[in-house]
Design a protein around this ligand. Structure first.
Ligand SMILES: [Zn+2]
Length: 266
């Protein structure tokens, strides 16, 4: 993922300053043939890194970007083309801001629960562009799920606008189901791809924690129970979490304690 910050501080949504506790990520696509992020995202004059952000995103001279009052919509990020023609992401709202992206459905609005990004559509015929923005979108979603502790495979967490509408939490739009299936991808594929990416991104610390969590649920083998009790009685171990991982230093200390006890009893 190539992430550039370009907060739309002139947008009324940003100015409203409302926040959410993110419970999911909603995927949108723009519904207009313009793959350039600069169409939508431009930095605020005088903001930090203004020149640098403009050089990364490119300049929109039409004055129709979303960084102005009266736009009535705002998302947390755009995925699309950067000035150099590569695909990247511009973050346009703080992740915990309440966006204006889902409208309202029969049962409420995903604005209150979901972080949202727009994928800039092209003419919807270019497989290479699709593959690049799909990948970038998966990386962005994996990043957000990790950051906010979200499970992309859980019900209703990672959804597109059209799915949101069927769930009653978004207005009646087709994105992204009018586009992705043309290239053989569904939202189910996307959720799986996001989950896979998160597995790849797991740090050593997370692997250790998850393995321990799993092992704690396992029973001590019956054949080991008697000796474990004896070891507790001898003060070699306190017997708690008998299935947890043991690093070598702890094993060495236990062995040393055992030798000490032995020496003490002789
Ligand atoms: Zn949408």
């Amino acid at each position: 993922m190539r992430l550039t910050e370009c907060l739309l501080t002139e947008n009324d949504c940003y100015k409203g300053g409302r926040t959410i506790v993110p419970k999911g990520v909603m995927v949108h696509s723009t519904g207009a043939n313009n793959p350039n992020i600069r169409r939508y995202a431009q930095p605020t004059a005088g903001s930090k890194a203004y020149e640098e952000t403009l050089s990364v995103l490119g300049i929109n001279r039409n004055g129709n970007d979303w960084n102005r009052g009266g736009v009535k919509k705002c998302v947390h990020a755009f995925v699309g083309l950067l000035a150099d023609g590569s695909v990247g992401t511009a973050q346009t709202l703080p992740w915990e801001a309440r966006g204006w992206h889902a409208g309202t459905g029969a049962r409420g609005s995903a604005n209150n629960t979901h972080i949202a990004f727009e994928i800039c559509e092209d003419g919807l015929l270019d497989r290479a562009y699709f593959a690049k923005v799909y990948r970038e979108a998966a990386e962005l979603t994996a990043y957000l799920c990790e950051r906010f502790g979200l499970d992309p495979l859980a019900d209703g967490v990672v959804i597109c606008h059209a799915e949101g509408h069927r769930r009653g939490i978004a207005s009646d739009h087709v994105d992204v189901e009018h586009w992705w299936p043309r290239f053989g991808k569904s939202m189910d594929d996307f959720r799986r791809d996001v989950a896979e990416r998160m597995e790849e991104n797991m740090t050593g610390e997370e692997i250790y924690r998850r393995l321990n969590e799993y092992l704690r649920t396992r029973p001590v083998p019956a054949w080991a129970e008697k000796e474990l009790k004896e070891a507790v009685a001898l003060g070699i171990t306190d017997g708690t979490e008998p299935m947890a991982l043991i690093p070598r230093y702890q094993a060495a200390i236990m062995a040393r304690r055992a030798v000490e006890k032995e020496a003490g009893t002789v």
